[in-house]
Design a protein around this ligand. Structure first.
Ligand code: URA
Length: 211
């Protein structure tokens, strides 16, 4: 089965999922989107109101900031992959519950394995905890202690570079955090550059495209 076929199957499964109660209040599930062959995957938290309406990740205010950061380091949104630890909007934008993240891990893990990125950037605490503590076997000490570094973790059986940063929504409330996010995105860019020039841990371009 091709990646595209697998992705269509996964999306169909997500659209009828009732593994947790979020399906009851969602308008549309938000499985994720992007280049299935990308070396870079962004893992966020949960869809918000606009994402729930459109069925697409990071298309609201925080999404505009994420897109800007992606473009500022010379990448294109359509060339990376973007998903969340929870695929359905929590009511009133409340934080996702551990049991919802756990139920959705069935899909999160299959998406990560399908895209098989060499580099993952976690956006916010929930994604950081998920990748580092639950999948990577590294104690999650909170974003301020974990950010700004590249970790080499074995995530779902493969070594991957993982960078933790703040959720872009945090910069909407605290504009000073934009500079911190910008720094972390530049670290990601540097890692990609080093990888292209052969200095990095892994091969950057897997198939066509920028990343
Ligand atoms: N915040 C997230 O974490 N994910 C989205 O898709 C949108 C906002």
């Amino acid at each position: 089965m091709s990646k595209e076929q697998e992705w269509e199957g996964l999306k169909a499964e997500i659209s009828t999922c009732s593994k947790c109660s979020l399906y009851k209040s969602r308008s549309r599930p938000v499985p994720g989107e992007g280049n299935l062959y990308s070396s870079v995957l962004f893992l966020g938290e949960a869809p918000g109101r606009v994402e729930d309406e459109e069925g697409r990740p990071f298309v609201g205010a925080a999404g505009k900031l994420l897109t800007k950061l992606i473009e500022e380091i010379g990448l294109r949104r359509e060339n990376v992959f973007i998903t969340n630890v929870v695929k359905c909007r929590p009511p009133n934008n409340r934080e996702p519950k551990p049991e919802e993240i756990e139920a959705c891990s069935y899909f999160t893990d299959r998406i990560i394995s399908l895209v098989n990125p060499q580099l993952i950037m976690s956006l916010g605490n929930y994604a950081g905890y998920y990748l580092f503590e639950l999948k990577g076997g590294v104690r999650w000490l909170g974003i301020s202690r974990m950010r700004g570094k590249v970790y080499k973790l074995v995530v779902l059986g493969s070594p991957r570079a993982v960078i933790a940063t703040y959720h872009p929504a945090a910069a909407l409330y605290n504009p000073q955090l934009y500079n911190v996010l910008y720094e972390d995105f530049n670290l990601l860019r540097k890692l990609l550059d080093d990888t292209v020039s052969g200095k990095g841990l892994m091969k950057y371009v897997k198939q066509g495209g920028d990343c």
